[in-house]
Design a binder for this molecule. Structure first.
Ligand code: SAM
Length: 280
């Protein structure tokens, strides 16, 4: 008899408010043979709340390869497995990518059961442009790596969204202010929970608010920053001025202007007038 291959369901669970779980997610969790979760101690209370007592298997960043191999073998044997994470949508800054890719490579059926995710929840109510956005996961932890990472994002026009721990939020906001200046930003904290808070301010003000109110460093948070909304002419002018300023520090003005015009393709006369104005 041919064995029918199983199905992997990727199931979103709440990010705080348990009633945010969808009816379809509940149905799938009730129907599957096994639930793969990050931390069985964390997921058991949610499942108990849903009235479910299911076999669980741990799949986290420290055992992702071995756990994936075991789960793939079960899927190949026709088992139906749900993948959940501690909160929100699996694979979004959470484990599961290795399993989902391997399942797809083997031609297994992978079905998403959509639901909460902190990044979309934050974006939907932050009041920042949402037509285009970039999700960045967690920022690098060391100062130098974080600055390099932010600098590479300086020209990105989409709204920037990242996750951050409360204790690193102030340092991250300060680093963002030093790279992006006074752009509008939002701190979205404890989404869907009792102390849900949105603070909208310029990056330097937001860093200041966090520094002076340690309550704002508690719980879980998402940082959103407006992207670079300048048009291409404004960007080109700013880049020409940046290069001209560096050259003018080292060279006579005429020579600096000539070189800046050659490097950037800018108009020599206009650059000269701008340089004179800057000097004045
Ligand atoms: N998979 C999850 C999702 O779909 O949003 C995210 C998991 S990631 C490991 C956890 C991070 O998401 C937290 O450190 C925090 O930055 C953010 N987060 C999760 N729940 C949140 C909430 N209720 N309010 C604000 N941020 C939250």
């Amino acid at each position: 008899m041919t064995q029918i291959a199983g199905v992997l369901y990727v199931v979103a669970t709440p990010i705080g408010n348990r009633t945010d779980i969808s009816a379809r997610a509940c149905q799938v969790l009730a129907d599957v043979d096994l639930i793969a979760c990050e931390d069985t101690r964390h997921s058991r209370p949610l499942l108990r709340h849903l009235g479910l007592d299911k076999p669980l298997a741990a799949l986290h960043e420290h055992n992702e390869e071995e756990a994936t191999a075991r789960l793939l073998a079960m899927l190949a044997n026709g088992k139906r497995i749900a993948l959940i994470s501690d909160a929100g949508t699996p694979l979004v800054s959470d484990p599961g990518f290795v399993l989902v890719r391997a399942a797809r490579e083997r031609g297994l059926t992978v079905i998403p059961i959509p639901g909460p995710s902190a990044l979309i929840c934050a974006l939907s109510a932050a009041g920042l442009p949402s037509d285009r956005f970039v999700f960045l996961g967690f920022p690098p932890r060391t100062e130098a790596a974080r600055l390099r990472w932010l600098t590479a994002l300086a020209d990105e026009p989409g709204t920037l969204i990242c996750y951050e721990s409360g204790r690193r939020a102030e340092a991250t906001l300060n680093a963002m202010a030093s790279v992006f200046g006074a752009r509008p930003a939002v701190l979205a904290r404890e989404l869907t929970k009792r102390f849900e808070t949105f603070i909208s301010a310029s990056l330097p003000d937001l860093a200041q608010r966090i520094a002076s109110d340690s309550e704002q460093q508690l719980g879980e948070l998402v940082i959103l920053v407006e992207g670079d909304r300048r048009d291409s002419d404004q960007r080109a002018t700013a880049e020409q001025q940046r290069i001209l300023a560096i050259l003018a520090d080292e060279l006579p003005l005429k020579q600096a202007v000539g070189l800046a015009a050659r490097i950037t393709g800018g108009n020599r006369n206009r650059l000269y007038q701008q340089a004179l104005a800057a000097k004045r």
